[in-house]
Design a protein around this ligand. Structure first.
Ligand SMILES: Cc1cc2nc3c(=O)[nH]c(=O)nc-3n(C[C@H](O)[C@H](O)[C@H](O)COP(=O)(O)OP(=O)(O)OC[C@H]3O[C@@H](n4cnc5c(N)ncnc54)[C@H](O)[C@@H]3O)c2cc1C
Length: 394
């Protein structure tokens, strides 16, 4: 008898947990369960579609699915199709890797769709998540406020600002790309409530905002006098100092010198949304759409014996893909130690019929073939039924 481990959530932290378990204790069966018929979590649905280099980590993850003791179990939502108690009863250990993708709210008056949208809602649409097929109506959108000072805010601003050619090698959903290019966009405001020395942008992503074909990035030079806090550890201070340098370059640019101007506004806290405007502590901005990029919360899961959490579900919604690796490997060691002390449970295979790795490979093949026809990495299937039909060989 071998131990059975259920990993709930087939995003980066779930895959790294499987990898860690295989390294620590090869004699076990792992079921990598996801509510979607497709694996890879936010690598597929969150990471910007024009950052294909980042998405390439998915190939490493797929190699794990070829291991004889690892099964992919897609289209299986725990808490809906199987209860958490059923999962706990069927497996010797459960690893929760469900992430966190509920858009946090600012909690301000007027914060409602269609004017105000959360970043998850927006990027999930661009990335073809089957729960978010309907994007915002951009046909009359000229001015967009992107609220937040992290890399997700830069992703959102950049994806709105790029032209069709710049998006040609991406796997953005074609309808979303068309809607963005057809929008009468003139101004994007990236809004931070504190000074630029506090922004959590990373240098490469910020610098990319200075190399856009149809958009010019600008900021107010008088906002750039601050210094990174002396209390920050060295790499943080260096990152922030580099950001300030890049922003000084933007301050020298001329607003309106390209069709779209991206304004970096700092020390401007949102106060309220009106019909067609955003009140900031520094004044009122006419806008047609606001996208909030201020973080996420997650669903509850049972905290019980034999249940271990990894990734965003454990640490909260911060950290990049590589951050999850060390974290998941450490938890995998704990799980291996826990299993060593226990005899494997007996009983029938707890897994119901679901989309297996072959099903996912059929989806993958169909999407990459559709992409190849257009010179793109893939064209995603975005409908639940289409995904399930293709997974089943239809
Ligand atoms: C918009 C955005 C852009 C990002 N860009 C980058 C980037 O460029 N580079 C980088 O390094 N990091 C980036 N990140 C961060 C990175 O995506 C995360 O660090 C990482 O995805 C977290 O991994 P995870 O496995 O914990 O969660 P997730 O990736 O969210 O995976 C969770 C998985 O669990 C599944 N699930 C949830 N609930 C259930 C359930 N009840 N039953 C079954 N399955 C379930 C979900 O479908 C999902 O597949 C970005 C994040 C966001 C939001």
């Amino acid at each position: 008898m071998t131990h059975r481990v259920a990993i709930v959530g087939a995003g980066p932290s779930g895959f790294y947990a499987a990898d860690g378990l295989l390294r620590a204790s090869p004699d076990l069966h792992i079921d990598l369960i996801d509510r979607l018929p497709t694996p890879h979590g936010l690598v597929r649905a969150g990471v910007a579609p024009d950052h294909q280099g980042t998405k390439a980590v998915a190939r490493q993850f797929d190699r794990l699915l070829a291991q004889p003791d690892v099964r992919f179990a897609g289209n299986l939502e725990i808490g809906r199709d199987l209860s958490w108690d059923e999962v706990r009863a069927g497996y010797d250990a459960v690893i929760v890797a469900t992430g966190m993708v509920i858009d946090r709210k600012l909690g301000l008056p007027g914060e409602a769709e269609p004017l105000v949208l959360g970043s998850w809602r927006f990027v999930a649409w661009l990335n073809g998540h089957p729960d978010f097929r309907q994007g915002p109506d951009l046909s009359k959108v000229k001015r967009v406020a992107v609220i937040g000072n992290g890399n997700v805010a830069l992703d959102v601003a950049r994806l709105l600002a790029k032209n069709a050619e710049e998006m040609a090698k991406s796997d953005i959903v074609p309808a979303a790309a068309e809607a963005i290019v057809a929008a009468p966009l003139t101004d994007i405001y990236v809004i931070g409530r504190r000074g630029p020395e506090h922004a959590s942008f990373t240098g490469n992503e910020l610098a990319e905002m200075g190399r856009l074909a149809r958009a010019v990035s600008v900021t107010d030079a008088t906002m750039l006098d601050g210094h990174p806090p002396a209390s920050d550890p060295t790499p943080e201070r260096l990152r922030k100092a580099k950001n300030l340098e890049i922003l000084k370059g933007f301050a020298a640019n001329k607003p309106g010198s390209k069709p779209v101007t991206v304004h970096f506004l700092f020390n401007a806290a949102p106060v309220a949304f009106g019909p067609g405007d955003l009140e900031l502590t520094t004044g009122t901005l006419p806008i047609d759409l606001a996208i909030t990029c201020i973080g996420y919360s997650g669903e509850d899961f049972p905290k019980a014996e034999g249940v271990f959490a990894v990734g965003w579900a454990r640490r909260g919604p911060s950290g990049t893909i590589p951050t999850n690796r060390a974290d998941s490997h450490a938890v995998a060691q704990q799980v291996a130690a826990w299993l060593k002390e226990r005899d494997p449970k007996s009983g029938p295979d707890p897994l119901p019929i679901c989309v297996d790795a072959d099903g996912w490979h059929r989806i993958d093949k169909a999407e990459t073939a559709a992409g190849a026809a257009q010179g793109r990495p893939r064209v995603k299937l975005t409908e639940w039924q289409a995904l399930l039909d293709v997974a089943q060989g239809g």
